[in-house]
Design a protein around this ligand. Sequence first.
Ligand SMILES: NC(=O)c1ccc[n+]([C@@H]2O[C@H](COP(=O)([O-])OP(=O)(O)OC[C@H]3O[C@@H](n4cnc5c(N)ncnc54)[C@H](OP(=O)(O)O)[C@@H]3O)[C@@H](O)[C@H]2O)c1
Length: 318
Amino acid sequence: MQILVFGKDGQLGKAFQQQFEQTPLEKFGVQVQLIGRSDCDLANPQEMIALLGRVKPNVIINAAAYTAVDQAESEPELAHAINARAPQLMAQYAVENGATLLHYSTDYVFDGGKAGVYIESDLRNPLSQYGKSKAAGEHAIEEVFKKASKGQYAILRTSWVYGDGGNFIRTILRLAKEREALNIIQDQLGVPTSAQWLAAISLDFIFNDEWQIQKITSGIYHAVPPGQTNWYELAIVAINSAIEVGASLKLDPSNIKPIQAIEYPLPAPRPMNSRMSAQKLKKAIEARADVSKLQRWDTSWTEQVRTYVQALVKEQVI
Ligand SMILES: NC(=O)c1ccc[n+]([C@@H]2O[C@H](COP(=O)([O-])OP(=O)(O)OC[C@H]3O[C@@H](n4cnc5c(N)ncnc54)[C@H](OP(=O)(O)O)[C@@H]3O)[C@@H](O)[C@H]2O)c1
């Protein structure tokens, strides 16, 4: 079996790489090709189609995306090419070849106006160009598979991702070394998601213990760990976790001031409410997974952030 992973140098792509390094792939007859931007530019359809034709993957994991949310406001065509056109071509390959497509999307497809927690069938209404390009990607995949008799797909919608790469938590930890006080937004709600956790539950979903592809119900699934928070609380948890393991910071958590999003304007509007329920995905995995896999769903976002931050401190990354 051939697995092709796009986006090998991104946070999620690196998390997949780590998952594969921990697996005796040969034993299960699995081959993995990790593809970065220099191997294949997803903005170039011909390059991508040629690569798919050469590798002939049974599973495509698309961890690549145009993720520069503010920059996308001035580069909507490029964002669309990478986030909508490229996944559409991956979907076309999957339906023509009976392959499985695992694609990632974002809470930014929502406008954030819902009072409660978002579920998969809630209406897409993106506020930003990035959100629009990701929503167009979801729609394009759905449309390609509508007429398909072969292949399957899952679009995993996630939020506030942190891993090996630039992210909110690393920015806060860096600023905490440089500054004595910080203002952080408190009125935007969401769920921080570990890239490692996301890669692990993705593999739980589409493979069994023998690395055989499982039949899944094609569609959108929300993929976030238990709990919910806001940016201010996330910053406090991150800073306290770093202090617990002896990080030397200039910033005392009592000097983090909660502010409103309106006080910190950015080029791209963000949804005020990004909370998503992952019950659909959890139930689908529960229906056939063993107990050890289900334990991943018991770890709250708080515990996951603590583990992540403390590893960064111990490895002297920050
Ligand atoms: N980060 C978040 O907070 C967040 C939140 C919600 C959803 N998501 C979704 O989760 C998925 C993974 O995100 P992530 O945080 O891992 O993103 P990331 O760290 O920004 O990684 C994205 C990867 O895509 C690659 N890429 C960008 N343009 C490309 C192109 N034209 N051709 C080939 N590769 C290209 C980048 O290559 P380079 O390394 O060369 O730049 C990068 O390695 C994405 O679908 C994203 O939309 C992320």
